[in-house]
Design a protein around this ligand. Structure first.
Ligand code: F6R
Ligand code: MG
Ligand code: MG
Length: 364
């Protein structure tokens, strides 16, 4: 059976500030998706959250970029934004950039990761969601999962993965894309994806048969809006096992809390901390940036799960290191490299401050 997995997220209001999602907002989304399930629009759903971002996980048979599914998500977010407004939650409706829905969520504000595939005899998938960072944050973990044999033993040992994978990389500033085959073009790809503010891995395919392995959300909210409206906190879907990286190989990159862009005011570098669902509310300096992993088995289109994959003492050391790195970075205060480099500050609120200083400069 061909099933489509749609993961669609938005920040429709924070509680308090930009830290979490109010339970009433989650309940509203669950009620509406339950109705959609009863009406046969979707097979199944799960509503989660990381920080101030609500995540709708939906399965259906309508393929990707389907107007009915995108419209459903839009209606859910709209309704949730109303609840958020009544409760005067912070930034209520902040990610809903347009008034009317016109068939596709592209450019509307919410982030979307979707894939359609023939369900395997057993179909494990991991849905990742991160807050206080941006889609380029997935570059390093995806590279490790699908191209680094020191992370993924299957690249060496499993004949069905041994050929490697193909990556689609988006240049989100020049709005163009390019494909790389690994391992043979690994160095070319690294030349780009090492700059995650501009080059973002959109999807990964198995080379031997073109089967989709991973998809991320890449909508650059701040650029869509033309002014700073918060980082476009990203989601990602990864299929696991039997010709894809094992679940443990999919999670392993997050044992290293790499530095990502985002954190306070979308203007700082900080470590990406893997956390259990219960810890998915960034508080210290609005952070540090964090990531959750929702483990599902898809069975005839239904979602079994999620299992809270980072709720494991094996990730305690990553969290400790993230805390140590957070201390170290914080001591730089407003200085680089805690603060982002100039070209990355373009869409924050900093240009407004700089404009005021413009008239005071004298030639050297
Ligand atoms: C980062 C984020 C927060 C806000 C910060 C200021 O992505 O959402 O760190 O940037 O709390 O928010 P405002 O400007 O709304 O007071
Ligand atoms: Mg927010
Ligand atoms: Mg957020």
């Amino acid at each position: 059976m061909k099933v489509t997995l749609s993961v669609i997220k938005a920040d429709v209001g924070g509680f308090p500030g930009h830290s979490s999602v109010h339970p009433d907002v989650i309940l509203t989304a669950e009620d509406l998706l339950e109705e959609a399930r009863e009406d046969g629009k979707i097979f199944d759903y799960y509503v989660g959250h990381v920080g101030d971002d609500m995540i709708l996980v939906m399965t259906h048979d309508k393929f990707i970029e389907n107007p009915e599914i995108h419209g459903l998500a839009w209606d859910v977010f709209k309704e949730c934004a109303e609840v958020a407004k009544e409760l005067k939650l912070y930034g209520a409706g902040q990610d809903l950039l347009k008034d009317t829905f016109s068939g596709n969520l592209k450019g509307m504000g919410p982030g979307v990761a979707e894939m359609s595939f023939e369900e395997r005899p057993s179909e494990p998938v991991i849905v990742f969601a991160a807050d206080k960072t941006e889609p380029g944050a997935w570059n390093m973990p995806l590279f490790k999962m699908f191209a680094d044999p020191f992370n993924t033993a299957g690249l060496v040992f499993d004949p069905s993965m041994h050929d490697g994978f193909e990556f689609e990389v988006h240049d989100v500033k020049a709005h163009r894309k390019v494909r790389f085959r690994t391992p043979e073009e690994m160095y070319d790809m690294l030349a780009l994806i090492g700059q995650p503010g501009r080059y973002v891995i959109k999807s990964v395919f198995r080379k031997s048969d073109g089967e989709v392995a991973a998809v991320t959300s890449t909508d650059l909210l701040n650029q869509i809006a033309g002014k700073y409206v918060g980082k476009d906190d990203p989601v990602m879907i990864v299929r696991a096992q039997h010709g894809f990286p094992a679940v443990g190989e999919v999670l392993e990159p997050f044992a290293f809390p790499h530095l990502v862009q985002g954190w306070m005011r979308g203007s700082h570098n900080g470590p990406l901390m893997p956390v259990a669902f219960r810890d998915a509310h960034p508080t210290r300096f609005d952070g540090p940036p964090r990531v959750i992993a929702m483990g599902f088995q898809i069975a005839n289109g239904m979602l079994e799960g999620p299992v809270d994959m980072f709720d494991d003492p094996a990730f305690d050391r990553a969290r400790e290191l993230a805390n140590a790195v957070a201390d170290y970075m914080r001591r730089h205060g407003p200085f680089e490299p805690h603060r982002l480099a100039e070209n990355e500050m373009e869409y924050t609120t900093l240009p407004e401050v700089l404009k005021k200083l413009e008239g005071r400069f004298q030639p050297l």
